[in-house]
Design a protein around this ligand. Sequence first.
Ligand SMILES: NC(=O)c1ccc[n+]([C@@H]2O[C@H](COP(=O)([O-])OP(=O)(O)OC[C@H]3O[C@@H](n4cnc5c(N)ncnc54)[C@H](O)[C@@H]3O)[C@@H](O)[C@H]2O)c1
Length: 347
Amino acid sequence: MRKIKWGVLGAGGIADRRTLPGMAFADNCEIYAVMEVFPELAEKLREKYNAKKAYTDADSLLADPEVEAVYIASPVVYHAEQVRKAIDAGKHILVEKPIASTAAESMELCKLAADKGLLMAVGLMMRFNTHHQQLKQMIAEGKFGQLVSCHSQFTCWYPDMPGNWRQSKATAGGGAMTDMGIHCLDLIQYIVGSDIKKVGGLAETLTFNYDVEDSCSALFQLENGCFGTVDANFNIPDNAVKWKLEFYGTKGSAICVGTIGQMDGGEATVILSDDSIGYDATQDRNEEGGVVLTGELGNIYGREIESFGNSIINGTPLEVPATDGAKVQKIIESIYESAETGKFITL
Ligand SMILES: NC(=O)c1ccc[n+]([C@@H]2O[C@H](COP(=O)([O-])OP(=O)(O)OC[C@H]3O[C@@H](n4cnc5c(N)ncnc54)[C@H](O)[C@@H]3O)[C@@H](O)[C@H]2O)c1
């Protein structure tokens, strides 16, 4: 099997925690080069992942003709420049979210890559969760009837850490919704197969002292009419939440607990009902109902890399095109605008 030679820019963060280990599960991937700013770390990672090259600057990795695709996992403030340089160097690109500091620049970069015939995907890897894929199919088959309501929540405990790039607008672009809620908004649009058309939101720094929001909630409507809400917080203790993702329709619901996150799996319970046939004045509930989905679990980062490699090698459509990342970023900017103006925004 042909293997894509990957170069990784910013190999020491999420790349080392998840994506580089995940690459081992992708048959079409060779970890060829890693780049980190400190030489000792770059060399340590090269050794750990058995890569051929270790670089300490992006330009040198991008100048390496052996590198065919790059995974950009540096702090957000460096993304735009590194994507631009990767495009100039003729590399295919998987870039972590958000692609750039603004949706407009993200979209411009998508166009630049497309004009050069390069593939660009964004790191919204939760699309590859087994249960999310199953639910996408079930919704497309109409199993839940007319979808009318959906909800998702993604949070963490992120106290003040002076100098932390994620806690400054200048280096992160935004706070909890930009960093975490982006996955929820993307999953809802992807699984339902309908885009958000109208959105309102609240965003404030309620608990900590940094200048990005630690609390953000969005209320929206999809093109297909379904209403939805997403909550993103940096100020709820990790063990106090279930990271829920819920879909409700006229014929049933899907309630996922822990499918959001960095691991495959979680629990997805599907309840199909024919209540819609008639009105039941007693409103009796059958608490026993529901089927817990099963499926062959894997590594979502491995699937992300394998899928992108397949698009390069076989021309299969991108599962997570970067344009989707730019569009969801535009929604987040509209949520922030709504929080400022108090008005709903039509996209
Ligand atoms: N998909 C996911 O599961 C996931 C999870 C966390 C973070 N992320 C995204 O990954 C990106 C990085 O986040 P993180 O949590 O790994 O941050 P991090 O701060 O933990 O790691 C970033 C790494 O980049 C390195 N770096 C610093 N300056 C650099 C430069 N100029 N060029 C290249 N590398 C540089 C740092 O030394 C560090 O090792 C962000 O876009 C974030 O949104 C994605």
